[in-house]
Design a protein around this ligand. Structure first.
Ligand code: XIL
Length: 327
């Protein structure tokens, strides 16, 4: 068999999101097939900076070390996000909301410490994650960052990241990125950042897709729209859930043969498209290494397993694997 990263050498990197457990259980698979890593959770605000003045870098450091020891690149995920950011960031010691100036100061300090520490190890950062609202009529997602600091926090985050690591490539990252309405809002944000000369280098398309959507046409249009902004493209969190959006079944203990065949067809089509846009795409990261561990076990439906990756729970290549490495 051809290792994944080998099949795509000269086109784009092939990455996996990892945590301390999967580093231990999937080390061989990672070394064989992937040449890029992302910390699934361990570089998020709450993990690195759980309390004021307290930084906990151990697990993130061990992931970065694994990457460098094995000649893999490392994507940084993520500096500013509404989720997995601790409450203290937005409050004073008395538990009252802080003001804009103080929040921006805390954001800058965090970005400085984190992007500064991983200079030379992390080559790109998802600086700002998921700030566009999903609801069609609304613009930005409501969050403490937005409520307290106002829309300007987005541009500031990029400026701070650039100051902390002038060599890092800086990305905006989002999901539902192929939905035409949300896509157009993302394009509007990215264009406005570029017009303000914000140091922005790329668009991260998360790629949390399923066997049923988005359509290949919407994926193509999204790639075209983002690439037309003269930004580099990374697919940052790829997985193909075997369930349709409204499927709430929890009784499956194995994927059906039909699911696996549909998934293989879809992975084949998706990677054929990525190859077509190889001049714009630099990196494709799966949100996990193999089906024994994925964040989609239990999410968004409690008690449900999922099989969204290209290696099965025993780390054997699935039909999907062969369809994306033999072309
Ligand atoms: C997810 C992780 O996979 C989970 O383990 C965690 O509980 C929640 O976050 N978009 C992102 C990722 O940018 O950081 C999220 O990761 C998945 C959705």
């Amino acid at each position: 068999i051809t290792p994944l990263a080998e099949a795509y050498r000269g086109m784009f990197d092939i990455g996996a999101a990892v945590n301390a457990r999967t580093l231990a259980t999937s080390g061989d698979l990672l070394k064989t097939h992937y040449n890029s890593l992302t910390a699934e959770n361990d570089m998020k605000f709450e993990r690195l900076h759980p309390e004021p003045g307290v930084y906990t870098f151990e697990t993130a450091d061990s992931i970065a070390r694994f990457a460098s020891e094995n000649g893999m690149r490392m994507r940084g995920h993520t500096l500013v996000w509404h989720n997995q950011a601790p409450e203290w960031v937005f409050q004073n010691e008395a538990g009252q909301a802080i003001g804009q100036e103080e929040l921006l100061k805390r954001m800058e300090e965090h970005i400085n410490a984190v992007a500064g520490r991983y200079r030379g190890q992390v080559y790109c950062w998802d600086v700002v994650n998921e700030v566009i609202e999903d609801k069609a009529e609304e613009w930005l997602r409501r969050s403490k960052w937005l409520d307290i600091a106002g829309e300007g926090f987005i541009a500031k985050a990029f400026a701070y990241a650039h100051a902390a690591d002038p060599d890092a490539q800086l990305f905006y990252n989002d999901y539902n990125e192929c939905d035409p309405v949300k896509r157009d809002k993302i394009v509007r944000l990215l264009r406005s950042l570029k017009e303000q000369d914000v140091p922005l280098h790329g668009m991260g398309m998360q790629g949390h897709w399923s066997l049923y959507g988005p359509s290949m046409d919407d994926i193509r249009q999204a790639i075209e729209s983002y690439a037309a902004l003269d930004l580099r493209l990374h697919v940052t969190e790829l997985d193909l859930s075997v369930f349709a959006h409204d499927d709430r079944r929890t009784d499956l203990t194995e994927p059906t043969a039909e699911m696996l065949e549909l998934q293989a067809e879809r992975y084949e089509a998706v990677f054929a498209l990525f190859r077509e846009y190889r001049d714009a795409i630099d990196s494709v990261t799966f949100w996990g290494a193999a089906d024994d561990y994925t964040w989609l076990h239990d999410f968004p439906v409690r008690g449900r397993r999922n099989w969204p990756l290209v290696f099965d729970a025993a780390h054997r290549p699935k039909a999907s694997f062969y369809r994306i490495t033999e072309f």
